[in-house]
Ligand binder design. Structure first.
Ligand code: HEM
Length: 514
């Protein structure tokens, strides 16, 4: 163990700069200021060079914390509940009054009576109810549902020849699927998507949006308490752990928002790489990589949660050669841990077949919804690419923007263009050709993302599609969107066909005043 000055609790470090001192983090070897970093990835690499696998950082208001950068050190921390827990009530800076109640990271850190913050027998009680509620999910019908939902979403924009895949696809698919799984398919809609997005962004309307989500979950809890059905809410209500209505509602919130945010990020990240990395796309369309493998690669390279705030030391200990004091806080460094040079000497090398990334955590708090998250991303991306194989990025790659925080990085928009085409019946397997059974390049792998895509579902015959090389300028005027049974919906405005890459993005930027 390396002897060193105490950090981050450090009240007994007379030589160190006081909290708030600008000297913090400026000198080489000093802690990194996370709140001020434009490029967190670069900062983590600097800290790794200067400090090794566990480095001191400063959060907003110069609140000290450790960031765990090493893969092995992260795994050790999250798999050793005797030494580290997620209960922030033991965090020294909080106990000492250094963290103000309005600290911007309090929504992540403040203790709540939910499984993510609980430990020991209470954690087992709450988490047991959540995992039991998810256990009976039939993945075959879940995948069918994801595929149908993807069909519906693509039908909303396929005639226009362009779309923003973040706002019109990635942000909708997980919400639609999760509302169905929780037991409130009728609550799914644009308002629910906006409310979840707003809640997580923390804008000035976030409180109202959060109240909107909680009201829907409260109604669901009451309905299922009165009359249970076959869904996650009902199984939480009836679980032998005896969750109160508040506990059920809070866990529905944790599940809905954790699933929503992470899966939106994952879908956006995978699609962005497909659209911007010709090598990646060639591997996919050439059959060297399946969509599930592409999703797994993305979980290594751009994990949907880049860090988890936070773990806390239950006693004095040592991690990565650092002396950790009881009450210290530690960031679970998912993104930096995934690129630890000790396990990935060449970060550009593919990680196919290797699932030991940290994207879902590990140990007692390991994500219990990872198979659902993977299914939504695998099936959704696969079905989208089956429908729109000619999809192209509609802006320069450099124009893409992210909303970043210490916890995650969210692509703001992903504008694309493609040959306009008619909608398909949602029960039809996604295809861009009139031959449903034909495998396209996206499927030429060892394992299909969606079994349904291999077994044609009974339903209306597929719409005849034009050959890719001969894309029509727009849909027939008045063409509608078929619903579940193929019935037409409201007419749409005719699409405008291809247009120069970048033009749509520039128009949007101008319109929004950027
Ligand atoms: C790609 C999608 C997802 C990613 C990357 C992801 C990632 C994570 C991570 C990193 C954690 C924290 C682990 C820790 O504290 O050590 C977590 C916890 C959790 N996730 Fe996920 N998640 C995803 C999807 C989902 C889905 C779909 C659900 C529910 C259906 C879900 C439910 C939860 C719950 C309930 C917890 C708290 C578990 C506990 O503390 O015991 N997640 N997830």
């Amino acid at each position: 163990m390396t002897p060193e000055r105490p950090f981050p609790t450090g009240p007994d470090d007379p030589t160190g700069p006081p909290p708030g001192c600008p000297a913090h983090g400026l000198a080489a070897g000093g802690p990194g200021r996370l709140a001020e970093a434009d490029d967190l990835e670069a900062l983590y690499e600097r800290l790794r060079r200067e400090h090794g696998p566990v480095a001191p950082v400063l959060l907003h208001d110069d609140v000290p914390m450790w960031v765990v950068l090493g893969h092995a050190e992260n795994l050790h921390m999250i798999s050793t509940p005797a030494l580290f827990c997620r209960d922030s009530r033991i965090w020294s800076p909080l106990r000492d009054g250094l963290v103000k109640p309005d600290h911007p990271l309090m929504p992540h850190i403040a203790w709540q009576p939910v499984c993510s913050h609980a430990e020991g027998t209470e954690h087992q009680r709450l988490r047991g109810a959540v995992t039991s509620a998810m256990a009976p999910i039939d993945y075959r019908s879940l995948r069918r549902h994801i595929t149908r939902h993807t069909q519906r979403l693509v039908n909303r924009f396929c005639e226009e020849g362009r779309a923003d895949l973040v706002a019109e696809f990635a942000e909708h698919l997980p919400m639609g699927v999760m509302c169905e799984l929780l037991g409130m398919p009728n609550e799914y809609g644009d308002r629910m998507v906006e409310a979840a997005r707003d809640t997580l962004k923390g804008t000035e309307t976030a409180i109202d949006s959060h109240a909107f989500v909680m009201a829907a979950l409260g109604r669901l809890t009451a309905r299922r308490r009165a009359r249970p059905e076959d869904d996650i809410a009902s199984r939480l209500v009836t679980h032998p752990a005896g969750l109160s209505d508040d506990e059920v509602r809070e866990h529905l919130r944790v599940v809905l928002l954790a699933a929503y945010e992470a899966t939106v990020n994952l879908i956006g990240n995978v699609l962005r790489v497909v659209l911007t990395d010709p090598g990646f796309r060639a591997q996919l369309s050439g059959g060297q990589m399946t969509v599930p493998e592409a999703v797994e690669q993305s979980l290594w390279d751009e994990p949907p949660f880049s860090t988890v705030l936070a773990y806390f030391a239950k006693q004095d200990t040592e991690l990565g050669g650092r002396r950790i004091r009881k009450g210290d806080g530690l960031l679970l460094g998912i993104a930096p841990g995934n690129v630890d040079p000790r396990i990935r000497p060449d970060p550009a090398a593919g990680m196919q077949g290797n699932r030991s990334h940290l994207a879902f955590g590990a140990g007692p708090h390991e994500c219990p919804g990872q198979d659902i998250g993977r299914a939504i991303a695998d099936c959704g991306v696969d079905a989208l690419l089956m429908r729109l194989p000619d999809i192209q990025l509609d802006c320069d790659e450099e124009e893409l923007r992210w909303r970043s925080s210490i916890a995650s990085r969210h692509l703001v928009e992903l504008p694309v263009y493609f040959g306009p085409r008619p909608p398909q019946a949602v029960t039809q397997q996604p295809s861009h050709t009139p031959v449903p059974q034909q495998r396209t390049g996206w499927q030429v792998g060892s394992r299909p993302a969606c079994p349904e895509a291999e077994t044609p579902a009974p339903g209306p015959a597929p719409e005849p599609e034009p050959a890719l090389a001969a894309v029509p300028a727009g849909p027939a005027p008045g063409a509608g969107e078929p619903g579940e049974s193929g019935e037409p919906r409201a007419p749409r405005a005719p699409g405008e066909g291809h247009h120069p890459p970048g033009a749509w993005q520039r128009l949007q930027l101008w319109w929004r005043g950027y």
